[in-house]
Write a protein that binds this ligand. Structure first.
Ligand code: SF4
Length: 348
């Protein structure tokens, strides 16, 4: 296993006080690659920061900008105000829509209230909305593979003016109230488990002969890469720790991927939630982070594991993802004027 070593400072005093036994004595901690922030999350967080610096506080944000309490608390401390209803935003206020996307009704409510809207919907979620609208225009019954109640699912369902059947499992497909002859198209939430989604698509194909859809293309690159990394590392570790929020879809899927590979796995929001008992008997511990979890939380977890006796923290080789999304042009930081190239002085 090619890995890079890391030095981690002793744990902060607060951690030291709570340390009990040292079940991780001699354990090796292996950091998955890639992990943590994806391009859509970086863009959404940058959008709020830029809006604060351009327009001043407060900047209203509809829903959590990304599903991570630490990111939300940090932005709130700098002047972002998070709301779950457009009616709670003062008329005309600057408002950012979260990375998960919103429904047509939310756009309309914001327009009616005269809000200055900055849309931080991830471009990959926007792509799903475009697909859903196209299938609706073509007259298909629309099935969305995703988790009911998730904000991205609400936004995608509300992006079209027709009923959308939301299914999460093969059993949900069997229960669909549609005839076998129905013209059915499907789209998917971007942060699903690749394996589970493949099974649901297969079940849809078995039920509806003319099924159309984007295969697994709607599951975004960041979700795929982070799941692949966990799957690759699972056979080398005795335990997986996933940093991420309980309401983060992609973080939950990472924990499930590890469990499906037969490795006990825990999702935790930060190092303070680590239960030392989880580490009992683990000689190698895999660590990853969901796409909305900042890297400093991983560093704090490593510090805590070292405090509990971990011998070594190593990192899998870097896997460059090469994906970035530009900010909306009116938020972009102006580039510095380039110095004009003057003709070199000539000597007589
Ligand atoms: S996980 Fe994927 S779809 Fe979601 S914000 Fe990140 S890049 Fe966009």
């Amino acid at each position: 296993m090619a890995v890079r070593g890391h030095d981690y400072a002793p744990a902060p005093e607060a951690y030291r006080r709570t340390a009990r036994v040292a079940p991780a004595v001699g354990a090796e901690v292996v950091l998955a690659q890639p992990r943590g922030f994806c391009a859509g999350v970086s863009r959404a967080v940058d959008t709020v920061e830029r809006a604060l610096s351009l327009y001043g506080r407060p900047v209203y944000v509809f829903h959590e900008i990304v599903h991570n309490g630490h990111v939300v608390a940090d932005l709130a401390a700098r002047g972002a105000v998070f709301v779950d209803a457009i009616a709670d935003i003062p008329v005309g206020a600057t408002t950012v829509f979260s990375a998960h996307g919103v429904s047509g009704a939310v756009y309309a409510a914001a327009a009616a209230r005269g809000l200055r809207v900055i849309d931080a919907t991830c471009p990959l979620v926007q792509k799903v909305h475009v697909q859903a609208k196209r299938y609706a225009r073509l007259g298909y019954e629309l099935v969305l593979i995703g988790h009911e109640g998730h904000e991205e699912v609400e936004g995608t369902v509300g992006s079209v003016d027709q009923p959308v059947h939301v299914v999460a499992t093969v059993a949900d497909v069997a229960a669909l109230d549609l005839p076998a002859t129905a013209r059915v198209a499907y789209v998917t939430q971007t942060t699903l488990s690749v394996d589970d989604t493949a099974a649901v698509i297969k079940a849809l194909e078995a039920r509806f002969a003319g099924l159309v859809g984007p295969a697994l293309d709607d599951i975004c690159y960041a979700t795929l890469n982070r799941q692949r990394a966990v799957r690759g590392l699972a056979s080398m570790v005795d335990l997986f720790l996933v940093i991420g929020a309980a309401n983060s879809s992609n973080s939950n899927r990472l924990r499930e991927v590890a469990e499906n590979e037969g490795v006990p796995a825990y999702l935790l929001p930060d190092a303070s939630a680590l239960n030392p008992d989880w580490l009992n008997g683990a000689s190698r511990i895999g660590v990853t982070a969901g796409a909305s979890a900042p890297e400093h939380l991983v560093t704090q977890l490593c510090t805590r594991l070292v405090e509990l006796g971990a011998r070594l923290v190593v990192e899998m080789p870097d896997v460059p993802e090469g994906v970035s999304f530009r900010l909306p042009s009116f938020l972009a930081v102006p580039s510095r004027p380039r110095a004009r190239l003057l003709a070199a002085p000539t000597t007589a």
